[in-house]
Ligand binder design. Structure first.
Ligand code: NAD
Length: 476
């Protein structure tokens, strides 16, 4: 099997060498193409941190084992991780977080949670604009294909790994459209897996429960931002964020890595713990079907930790036997290949179940009707009634001002004088009949221009199959 590797920055080269040494000693069948990505490429003038030739290698081999890289601060450098995930369509980020009690100190001795994080959309679409002096916005995009793919992946993963439950975290009590879609698709897909328990938690109490009682969870699927935050929390409360690996899975390609960064202060000193990247490499071996080698390495790694051979980050007087460097830790794992842990549970991977991940099928289009438009207006006044008087001049041919909100809170009609207002106002115009045309929106905008109303953006108000599909104002 031909794979691509990148040694990355900071502690990257050391932990990659240690990992490759273990893979080779365990008999992994790998031919390796190495590419250069990261700091040197960025500072050489390539703001993406990767050359075209390197992309070609990654796309040809399809499997990529990547050490952490340093994203230089400022200067318009884009995170290569985010770019790679999106370019290659790596929609599923899978992070197993398991306690290694009592060998790695943790408040949660019984914890074995897998976070399945949506990896391509949500606020990570990175679409941001400043619209007024006081307000910037970031668009949260949630798509049906995005939801279907990640949620099906979570259930298929649970089925393959013989896990019992899939939990969904969203904030759909507040974001009824976007998180609402994620939750709705979760309910739709869960029905197809009657043998797997399913549940939904509102993210705030779900996160609190995860941090407090992680043993209550098994597989948890969630949108991108929540998954980003909570997978670090989950990894950290197993005892160390430095012990976790992750996979990024797409329809064609996959990337495997440690979840920690390049820890530049620890670089070049033979100090870093290679376990996170090694865990990423084990996920890779399972992905490419080399499960026996994966098992052999994982069991030897567990035995090494049990024997108290620890790098500085997990070394603990009384529990640890010997503090070792990166290279010595790798040698200790190699020396234990073929051995089983005694206290920790040994692993046996069965990937014989081929996940059923069909390509997304576009649904038949719904009938879409235009019910109105939100005009977002930059206005530095204070009294919403004054603004209402002004923008009501735009009322025409069955399109009328129905509401003004400020940061989503209704301030007209019948607002509260206590409500704090910025210079960013949403003026909702709705049709008094059933439907309006785009031409009436254009007419509205032209009239706004004449009246010197500073419209900074518009958002069309649609109904799909007769159901209005936009949020109400808070308090409406
Ligand atoms: P970091 O994870 O690199 O390091 C934080 C601290 O954790 C370190 O100071 C070190 O004490 C400890 N640590 C991390 N990994 C360790 C290991 N393997 N062994 C022992 N100790 C370890 O986070 P940071 O300092 O915030 O970020 C440093 C750089 O890494 C930044 O440029 C950031 O952009 C980048 N980064 C890259 C990735 C990636 O490539 N996937 C992920 C996160 C951060």
């Amino acid at each position: 099997m031909r794979i691509t590797i990148a040694k990355g920055d900071g502690i990257g080269p050391e932990i990659m060498d240690a990992t490759l040494h273990i893979l080779q000693a365990a008999g992994a069948d790998l031919q390796i193409d190495e590419i250069e990505v990261g700091e040197r490429v960025y500072l050489g003038g390539n703001s993406a941190g990767i050359s075209k030739e390197s992309w070609d290698v990654i796309r040809r081999n399809k499997v990529f084992l990547k050490a952490p890289i340093t994203t230089p601060q400022g200067g318009g450098y884009k995170s290569l991780n985010v770019t790679t995930r999106k370019f290659l369509g790596l929609y599923a980020n899978v992070r197993p977080c398991k306690s290694l009690h009592p060998f790695v100190q943790t408040k949660h001795p019984i914890m074995d949670v897998v976070i399945v994080r949506e990896n391509e959309e949500d606020l990570y679409a990175g679409i941001e604009h400043q619209q007024t002096d006081e307000v910037v916005q970031c668009l949260k995009l949630i798509s049906r294909p995005g939801c279907e793919k990640i949620i099906r992946y979570a259930f298929e993963y649970a089925k393959q790994q013989n896990r019992k439950k899939v939990t969904c975290f969203t904030k759909d009590n507040i974001m009824k459209q976007s998180d609402g879609l994620f939750h709705k698709v979760f309910d739709e897909i869960a029905i197809e897996y009657p043998a797997i328990e399913n549940e939904h938690w509102i993210i705030d109490i779900g996160a609190a429960k995860l941090a407090d009682t992680p043993e209550a969870f098994d597989v948890i699927v969630m949108p991108n931002l929540y998954g980003d935050v909570l997978s670090d929390v989950a990894a950290q409360i197993t005892g160390s964020v430095g012990l976790a690996g992750s996979s990024n899975i797409g329809e064609e390609c996959a990337m495997f890595e440690a979840i920690h960064g390049s820890a530049p202060r620890r670089a070049g000193q033979n100090l870093a713990n290679p376990s996170g990247l090694l865990q990423g490499a084990i996920l890779m071996l399972i992905h490419i079907g080399q499960t026996e080698v994966a098992e052999k390495i994982q069991n030897a790694w567990l035995k090494t930790l049990e024997d108290g051979i620890h790098t500085y980050d997990i070394f603990k007087e009384g529990m640890s036997q010997e503090q070792v460097g990166t290279r010595e830790f790798a040698e200790a794992v190699v020396a234990r290949l073929g051995q089983m842990p005694r206290t920790l549970q040994s692993v046996s991977y069965d990937a014989s179940y081929q996940m059923n991940l069909p390509k997304y099928q576009r649904k038949p289009a719904k009938s879409k009707s235009l019910e109105g438009v939100d005009l977002f207006v930059h206005w530095a006044g204070e009294d919403p009634n004054e603004l209402a008087e002004h923008v009501r001049q735009l009322n025409h041919h069955g399109v009328e001002l129905s509401m003004i909100t400020n940061r989503g809170i209704k301030v007209w009609p019948e607002g509260f004088k206590e409500t704090f207002c910025t210079d960013h106002w949403r003026c909702r115009f709705k049709s008094t009949n059933k439907e309006i045309t785009k031409a009436s929106i254009v007419a509205l905008l032209m009239r706004a221009e004449e009246l010197e109303i500073d419209v900074v953006k518009t958002e069309n108000l649609y109904a799909f199959d007769g159901t209005s599909a936009y949020s109400l104002g808070q308090g409406q």
